[in-house]
Write a protein that binds this ligand. Structure first.
Ligand SMILES: *[C@@H]1O[C@H](CO)[C@@H](O)[C@H](O)[C@H]1NC(C)=O
Ligand SMILES: *[C@@H]1O[C@H](CO)[C@@H](O)[C@H](O)[C@H]1NC(C)=O
Ligand SMILES: *[C@@H]1O[C@H](CO)[C@@H](O)[C@H](O)[C@H]1NC(C)=O
Ligand SMILES: *[C@@H]1O[C@H](CO)[C@@H](O)[C@H](O)[C@H]1NC(C)=O
Ligand SMILES: [Zn+2]
Length: 271
């Protein structure tokens, strides 16, 4: 009888029973290499203090400047709709919701101008069930691995010229479906824009904004979330008068309830 494998298995079970939550950091680090839309003023962080002080203690303090729309960030509805919520007006209840991850990697590999369709959503629903109320719908296009190389993120040799951008987005018809046929509070993408790179009219932005749906752009690690079962938390800066802003986005996957009962881990949901 093999005692070692049994011991290992017991140890594994004991260890995993302490991991009630998996927290996925869906945020790229904000800094000098953050990817901004061309024309944005540059990120600027200045050290105000970093060193031993005469009082005998260590002290660090900085100031930083950033455009709202760069790196992992929120688009507030006011960004593309007059009268839509500005950043500080987004209710907290619209910053947390059940995450739905729609995988279109294969289609995007064949066409970098791919637009997420209503059929992609319906196909997801045929496997996992109807979108939950107050859903957070996230596109996994496989684009996140390109970040922070601007040529690769915008998919062009001229990353300062938007007319040359080629990255996937969400079809305006899909935005209409999600806002009128389903109850969606947030739409997120692993690309720099909810509209595709070639868009000049930003129809998806406008539709989402008109319905006060929050946009998330340049999301990191979307492939680490299960297709369903996670909760998304959007920790956006509460900027007065803002049209968006940098956000710490967390995906929370509950493996167990606090009483030790297993619920839906990523693996048990078949991802
Ligand atoms: C960066 O910010 C500091 C502090 O506000 C300022 O003194 C400096 O001129 C800024 N640098 C650039 C390149 O804008
Ligand atoms: C700050 O003070 C500590 C404690 O005296 C010392 O170990 C450390 O080397 C100092 N750091 C610098 C950068 O001077
Ligand atoms: C960014 O991607 C381009 C195109 O693939 C490549 O030529 C370049 O070396 C990359 N830059 C960095 C800093 O990795
Ligand atoms: C799991 O749920 C059941 C039924 O609600 C409960 O009796 C039990 O104590 C819970 N905890 C564990 C560790 O099974
Ligand atoms: Zn934006």
């Amino acid at each position: 009888m093999d005692r070692l494998p049994m011991l290992c298995m017991l140890l594994l079970v004991m260890t995993s029973s302490y991991e009630a939550l998996t927290v996925v950091d869906m945020t790229f680090t904000l800094g000098a290499d953050t990817v901004y839309w061309p024309g944005s003023p540059p990120f600027n962080m200045t050290i105000l203090a970093r060193g031993n002080q005469s009082g005998g203690y260590w002290y660090e303090s900085n100031t930083f400047f950033t455009p709202e729309h760069g790196g992992t960030h929120v688009d507030a509805p006011a960004h593309f709709y007059e009268g839509g919520w500005r950043t500080e007006e987004i209710p907290a209840s619209h910053l947390v919701g059940p995450a739905v991850v729609v995988d279109v990697k294969t289609k995007v590999q064949a066409d970098s101008d791919y637009l997420l369709t209503v059929d992609d959503i319906k196909k997801w629903e045929s496997t996992y069930g109807r979108l939950p109320d107050k859903a957070v719908v996230i596109m996994n296009s496989g684009w996140g691995s390109r970040y922070p190389n601007t040529s690769r993120v915008f998919n062009t040799n001229t990353p300062t010229i938007p007319a040359t951008f080629h990255f996937p987005g969400i079809h305006p018809d899909t935005a209409t479906f999600l806002t009128t046929e389903r109850d969606v509070i947030v739409v997120g993408v692993d690309t720099p824009s909810t509209d595709l790179g070639q868009s000049t009219t930003f129809d998806t932005h406008v539709i989402l904004a008109r319905y006060n749906v929050i946009g998330l752009e340049n999301m990191a690690n979307v492939e680490q979330l299960p297709a369903r079962g996670a909760t998304l938390v959007v920790g956006v800066v509460k900027l007065r008068g803002g049209s968006g802003g940098p956000a710490r986005i967390l995906g929370i996957v509950a493996d167990e309830d606090p009483f030790g009962n297993r619920t839906g881990s990523a693996s048990s949901l078949g991802v």
